[in-house]
Design a protein around this ligand. Structure first.
Ligand SMILES: O=C([O-])CC(=O)C(=O)O
Length: 187
């Protein structure tokens, strides 16, 4: 992705070993009203990742352990939000991937404002429904649907090259030094 389309690095998994891959089901909600999160949980397909745009608010939770439990019960793939959640210990026990900026004590009300399944902005990235969302301990990246095949084949090539490099170089200090020398010669 050439460093583009990664969400702000403050958005991290609640449990460090959690990762997710799935298609975005988007939610745009006003601060303090998470009714559309509930609607999205009901309408999303199994393995979809709920991506919530709450404009970066960190005072009101977009979900707690009950709401996240419903997402898990319906087979969703995970939740990503540019905001916060509550009941963090309960959510950790659910073992369901939630990527967020942190935690708070205050819940949201359920008033019915907001939209689902529309283009959103989350953590500084534009996300359309159906885009691929990939997250791990380091953060979250969005791969637009229109370029996903190209990105996936380039990612596989890079992974193979990285694995070869690790296997061939790291076991031999002389080769580590040669690798660095080669880089320094060309830069
Ligand atoms: O109901 C909410 O919006 C938040 C909450 O406490 C839960 O999910 O348990």
């Amino acid at each position: 992705m050439n460093g583009l389309n990664n969400l702000h690095p403050s958005i991290k998994p609640l449990k460090e070993n959690h990762y997710l891959v799935g298609r975005a089901f988007t939610v745009k909600m006003p601060v303090g009203d998470n009714a559309m999160v509930l609607k999205a949980i009901k309408e999303a397909k199994p393995l979809d990742v709920l991506v919530v745009d709450v404009k970066g608010d960190t005072y009101r939770a977009i979900a707690g352990d009950f709401v996240v439990g419903m997402a898990k019960a319906l087979g969703l793939g995970g939740i990503v939000v540019d905001g916060v959640i509550r009941d963090s210990n309960g959510i950790k026990e659910l073992d369901f991937p939630v990527f967020c900026k942190g935690t708070t004590v205050a819940a949201s009300g359920k008033y019915g404002n907001g939209e689902i399944n529309v283009p959103i902005s989350c953590g500084g990235a534009s996300i359309n429904p159906g885009d691929l969302i990939v997250g791990d301990a380091d953060g979250v990246v969005v791969i637009p649907k229109s370029i996903e095949n190209d990105v996936l084949s380039k990612a596989k090539e890079k992974l193979e090259k990285d694995m070869d490099r690790e296997k061939n170089i790291l076991g031999d200090p002389a080769l580590v030094k040669k690798y660095i020398d080669d880089i320094l010669t060309y830069s």
